[in-house]
Design a protein around this ligand. Sequence first.
Ligand code: MN3
Length: 197
Amino acid sequence: MAFELPPLPWAENALEPHISAKTMSFHYGKHHQAYVTNLNKLASGTPMEKQSLEDVIRASAGVADKAGVFNNAAQVWNHTFFWNSMKPGGGGAPTGKLADLINTSFGGLDKFKEEFKNAAVTQFGSGWAWLINEGGKLKITKTANADSPIAHGQKALLTCDVWEHAYYLDYQNRRPDFVQAFLDHLVNWDFATRNLS
Ligand code: MN3
């Protein structure tokens, strides 16, 4: 069975004015779609066709002649996770258990946002910033290019794509403004909470 481009969880213009419909049409309709198309070409006629996306990522991570498979499979997974990490009218504050974990792990929501923004802004070149759960202790990480927590046995709660294609049409070189908008207006705490269980 071929790998598929999952539907967006909201309309392409739903995140405006923070992320434009034009950015979404390229980012989802062209970039994300291309990773799916490329992965299917690479998987065609191999045992990968019957594997889950996560298994393909884990099996190809760090394998020299599987770099193309890894890059495309991880980017398919990372982007689907990124769309779900945002919602129209997002931002605000987490509640319940997640709020408690943010407080105990970072010393409060403002500290979390500061640390997440710093990771996202200092990722040199293309990559991702992540909130991950390590057995009840939350941590912020960053990965380069296509690299994904799936490849490292980590449990992700949220991510922000900091490849230039994620923000250049709307923010040009102002990555910090994009990350701030993600944290203040887009982040989907309900999705992060569901990932806790
Ligand atoms: Mn991207």
